[in-house]
Design a protein around this ligand. Structure first.
Ligand code: FES
Ligand SMILES: [Fe+2]
Length: 569
C-alpha cells in the first residue's frame, strides 16, 4: 500500500522500530533518546516526499548501515505537502524545536554510557580496577546474578580498594583488608569482627557499597556514570550506541582495548582525523607515500555529536561522548577482468548462477573507536574494525597476534599525542593560537573542538580529580610499557605471554640437558649416544638460539616496543 507516514523515533517512547524503506528494512534497536527523527515516506516503495532528508540519511547510516549511501531522496511534491496529515505536521514542528535544543543545550558528562571493559578480556575470578571520569570503579563477576557488576572501588569500612579483594565462596565480593563482604545490590553480608550489634551494622546504609548502573552490550561492559536518584530510568531511556556490524554475521571483528597516557580530547580528535594515518602509522596501517587531500564535510551536528562524509567513500560519525566511527566503502576495480577468454566465460557463468545480493561487490570496513575519559592526561580506547571481506585470514589469525597488531598501531602515534597534550596545557589549554588548519582534512578535528567548547563546557567532568595540571611526563620506557597499557588487563595476551615464557624455559632446559647428555656420553664412551653427538649438539644450539629469539619476541610483544618514525623507510 502506498501512503505517506511520519515516523518519530525516540527511545523514550519506543526502543525498537521497524524501518521499511527503499534503502533498508529491519529492526532498529537501542536508539538513544537524542535520535529524534521525523520523516515522511512511502512504505515499500521509493520515497515521494521527505521533509528531513538529512535526518533520514543520518538515521539509516548510523543504525542500518552504509548501504543507504545509494539512497535517493526525491523533493517533496506539492500534492504530498498539502496532503500531509495534521499529526505529521505536528511531528515536523516538534522536530524543528528539537533541532534547536540539540544545537544549544548543555552536555551532561555523567548522564552517559561509557564502555569500561571488553568482556572477552575479563577474568571472572579477578575483580578489576578501572577509572572513568576520575571515579574509581571495581568490576566483578557476580555469579549469583550471572552478570558483571560495577561498584565504587571503595570499601565502606575504611575505603580500601575493593578491586584488591576477592570473590568469596558465597559468590559475593570480599574486601581483602578486614573481610567485609558485599552482595549484588552492594549490601554488606558479612562483618567478621562483629558478633554483638551485627544485624544493626549490616542494615546500616553506611555499610553499603555505592553501585553503578551497568550492562553488557555488544561484547563490552558499559557503565552509566550518573548515580543521582532516577539514574536507572534515565539509563534505560538512553541506551548506549548500537553498532549494526557488531551484530551482523557477515562481518568479522575482534574488540581491542588500550589504556593511554594522554587525555580524552587528544584521543578523540586524533580518531576523528583520518589524514594522520599514512604518516603516523606508516608501514603499519598506512603509507606516507599514499597521502592525498581529504575533503571532509560536516553534514549534521548537534549536542550528541556530528556526522561528516568524504564524497561517497567514507562516512564519519562522532556520537558523544565516546563513539568515533568511520565507514569505508571500497568499490570494485573498474579495470576489465583479465585472463583467457574461456576462463572469463566460465567466471561469468558462475557469477550468473549466484544469488544476487545487494552491494555484493562492495567491500566494507568500519573503524569503531570508543574514546573513554579516564582522568586528566589519561584515557582508554576500545576499538573494533569489522569487515565483510578477507574473513578466512581473520579466522586463521590467532587473537593474540591480532592484539599485537592493534598495540603496534596505537603505539606509533602515542608519543606525538602525549607531547601535544603537554604543549597545549603549557600554553594555557587554548588550541586557537596553536592550531593552523587550512585543509579540509582537519574539518572533523575542528568540529569536535567546537562541540567540546560550546556544548560540553570545554572540559570533562572529572569530579574530585579535576585538575588543570597533567601528570608529569613519565620516561619513554614507561610510556610504551605494554604491560601497563594492555597486557595486564587482557586475559588473551597475559595467557599467551605466560605460554611463550614457559616455552622459552622448556627450550633452555632442553638445550642444557642435551649438552649434558653429549658430555656424559663422550666421557663414558657411551657408544650409542656418542654416535649422535653432532646432531645433539646442533639441536642444543638450535634450542638455545630459539629461546634467545623468544625472549626478544616476548619483550617486543608484551613488554616494551618503541617506535621511531625516522628509521622506518
Ligand atoms: S577496609 Fe574493607 S574491610 Fe576494612
Ligand atoms: Fe590482548
Amino acid at each position: 500500500m502506498m501512503e505517506n507516514l511520519a515516523i518519530q523515533i525516540s527511545a523514550s517512547s519506543c526502543s525498537q522500530v521497524l524501518v521499511k524503506s527503499p534503502c533498508a528494512s529491519g529492526k532498529v534497536q537501542n536508539l538513544p533518546q537524542s535520535s529524534l527523527f521525523t520523516v515522511s515516506l512511502r512504505t515499500g516503495s521509493k520515497f515521494s516526499s521527505s521533509r528531513r532528508p538529512v535526518a533520514l540519511r543520518h538515521l539509516c547510516k548510523q543504525y542500518v548501515g552504509p548501504r543507504c549511501s545509494t539512497l535517493e531522496l526525491a523533493k517533496p511534491s506539492k500534492e504530498n505537502e498539502e496532503n500531509s496529515s495534521g499529526d505529521s505536521r505536528e511531528l515536523l514542528d516538534r522536530q524543528e524545536e528539537t533541532d534547536v535544543n540539540r544545537k544549544t543545550g548543555s552536555f551532561n558528562w555523567l548522564e552517559q554510557w561509557y564502555p569500561v571493559a571488553v568482556v572477552k578480556h575479563m577474568d571472572k575470578l579477578q575483580p578489576r580496577a578501572e577509572t572513568i571520569l576520575g571515579r574509581d570503579l571495581v568490576i566483578w563477576w557476580d555469579r549469583n546474578a550471572n552478570r558483571w557488576q560495577v561498584f565504587d572501588d571503595a570499601c565502606p569500612h575504611r575505603t580500601a580498594p575493593l578491586s584488591e579483594g576477592r570473590i568469596h565462596e558465597s559468590g559475593h565480593l570480599q574486601c581483602s583488608y578486614h573481610g567485609w563482604t558485599f552482595n549484588s545490590s552492594g549490601s554488606c553480608t558479612m562483618i567478621p569482627q562483629l558478633e554483638k550489634g551485627r544485624e544493626q551494622a549490616l542494615n546500616s546504609s553506611r555499610a553499603c557499597v555505592k553501585i553503578y548502573v551497568s550492562m553488557e552490550h555488544q561484547g563490552m561492559i558499559w557503565v552509566w556514570m550518573d548515580r543521582a536518584e532516577g539514574a536507572e530510568e534515565r539509563a534505560a531511556a538512553n541506551p548506549p550506541p548500537f553498532i549494526p556490524y557488531l551484530n551482523d554475521p557477515n562481518y568479522v571483528f575482534d574488540i581491542g582495548m588500550m589504556d593511554l597516557p594522554y587525555g580524552y580530547e587528544l584521543l578523540t580528535e586524533n580518531l576523528l582525523d583520518p589524514s594522520h594515518v599514512p604518516f603516523a602509522h606508516h608501514k603499519i596501517q598506512g603509507n606516507r607515500n599514499t597521502a592525498r587531500p581529504l575533503n571532509l564535510k560536516v553534514v549534521d551536528s548537534h549536542i550528541q555529536g556530528f556526522s561528516a562524509k568524504r564524497e561517497e567513500t567514507m562516512d564519519l560519525i562522532f556520537h558523544a561522548p565516546c563513539l568515533s566511527r568511520m565507514d569505508f566503502r571500497i568499490p570494485p576495480p573498474k579495470t576489465p577482468p583479465k585472463g583467457h577468454p574461456l576462463a572469463l566465460k566460465v567466471r561469468e557463468w558462475i557469477a550468473s548462477r549466484k544469488q544476487p545480493k545487494v552491494d555484493e561487490e562492495v567491500k566494507q570496513i568500519s573503524t569503531i573507536f570508543f574514546c573513554v575519559p579516564v582522568a586528566p592526561g589519561k584515557s582508554k580506547v576500545i576499538f573494533s574494525f569489522p569487515r565483510n571481506f578477507a574473513q578466512l585470514v581473520f579466522k586463521l589469525t590467532p587473537r593474540w597476534f591480532g592484539h599485537y597488531s592493534h598495540m603496534a598501531v596505537i603505539d606509533s602515534d602515542l608519543l606525538l599525542l602525549h607531547e601535544l597534550e603537554h604543549r597545549i596545557q603549557e600554553r594555557g589549554g587554548d588550541i586557537k593560537p596553536l592550531y593552523f588548519t587550512p585543509a579540509l582534512a582537519d574539518t572533523c578535528v575542528m568540529e569536535f573542538r567546537k562541540w567540546f567548547k560550546t556544548l560540553a563546557q570545554g572540559k570533562v567532568d572529572y569530579g574530585a580529580k579535576s585538575s588543570s595540571t597533567l601528570p608529569p611526563r613519565p620516561p619513554r620506557r614507561v610510556l610504551f610499557d605494554r604491560g601497563i597499557s594492555h597486557v595486564a588487563k587482557c586475559k588473551i595476551c597475559s595467557g599467551a605471554a605466560a605460554n611463550f615464557r614457559r616455552l622459552k624455559e622448556v627450550l633452555q632446559i632442553v638445550s642444557v640437558a642435551l649438552v649434558g647428555l653429549v658430555g656424559i656420553a663422550s666421557s663414558n664412551s657411551w657408544h650409542v649416544l656418542s654416535n649422535f653427538s653432532v646432531p645433539l649438539v646442533c639441536l642444543a644450539i638450535a634450542s638455545a638460539v630459539t629461546s634467545i629469539w623468544l625472549s626478544r619476541f616476548i619483550k617486543k610483544m608484551y613488554e616494551y616496543h618503541d617506535y621511531n618514525h625516522a628509521v622506518v623507510e
